[in-house]
Unconditional design. Sequence first.
Length: 451
Amino acid sequence: MIPKGQRPYAKGTSMLGSKGDWRASPENLSHAQTVLDAVADSGTLYRDGLGMIASENIVSPMVQKIVSSDLHGRYAEGLPFKRYYQGCGDFDTIEELGINLAKKLFNVPFANIQSTSGTVSNIAALKALAKPGDDITAVSTADGGHISHARMGAVGLRDLNLSTYPWDEERMEPDIDASAKLIREVAPKIALFGQSVFLFPTPLKELADAAHEVGSTVMYDGAHVLGLIAGGCFQDPLHEGADVMTGSSHKTFPGPQGGFILSSSDDEKFQRKLNNAVFPGTCSSYHLHHVAGKVVALSEFIEYGEDLSKNTVANAQSFAAALAAEGFDVLAESRGYTASHQVLTRHGELDSGAGAKAADLLERAGIITNMNMLPGDTKAMSPSGLRLGVQELTRVGMGTDEMTDVARFYARVLLEQEDPSKVKADVREFKSNYQIIRYCFNEGNASGYPM
Ligand SMILES: Cc1ncc(COP(=O)(O)O)c(C=O)c1O
């Protein structure tokens, strides 16, 4: 047990060294203290609350240690054993191991583990696979596609012409026949699949066939569902027709913030293009501490990931059913609500801002979520829905029974209009039982949050 005054992150604890601080200006010291206090507060918020933003997760103690290591300040441009700088020998060992573990986990011949985020992975893949002026097909942001799939994001940055798939609102996936027709008509350089609002696997086999027929490269953005894919609980895009899969390393894949690029292609020229698109294409330093953290997260995932993914999906399904039983409007009932870590709920009329209001009330009760556009909404800042994720709650040991307890908190705040501060006290008490990170090495010693 760390003595109270020395606990890292405890609010008011000065982490500033005493020696020499007398020479620093009080104003500058106070800026640093402001940051330290805000870090402490943020840690406390998630320690005492329910983190349910679908793109977030927490990292294991071993990964926490690595991301704050000396590697943080180092450079290793190039690929293992082909560097521009001296001093990279130890990092070569790390990165080579990570590439091999990623290839093993996803059962593919190519992995690049350097990119610093899912968005950077997408920018790099678009750079490798298309030229400015080429066509691309993707899911529209209104239907759940990510901003990097849009003209306002990476697709525009690469100056690609975007056509979006006709959407099946009932099934929450691309309309198969109409999308295959679009792909055959446009013959895009890249047929991109995958979403940020991602309840069900993409009907990839059918659409990849259409894309390959007209010479397109099939790219799948697995940012959200990468851990579920790796754990064998969603779909296996690279064995269902995708040529390239990008993803984040910190959503359902529970590593430090970063990205992956994976490919089913054995073609060395194609693989070189992907590598070159990350370095020197998009990154110089690629955050070695996070790469090393990803490698440990990969080894932890190979050990525990199947259980983690299975339990995450089971929890999402149980949470959706419990919310529906409380009286919430949960989307996609006819398909069993969800096959991923996400659940979507509607809280009022389209474009009414009811989602924003619900998210605000929940935050006051210590439940952290995000408002989200649902089918038919047109305004990103005043949507009718919430997108909820259970991956972090699963990581700290909650199971399907606890999902019913969590749904009850939602009902108290949003349906029974109980004072959120009263609910917050109960949320805190409930969460105090779930402070240990599971599915990682050193589990017994793995406090997930600041003490
Ligand atoms: C489908 C999709 N792709 C890419 C990203 C971007 O990932 P990152 O935040 O790692 O850049 C997201 C983020 O949530 C996403 O939903």
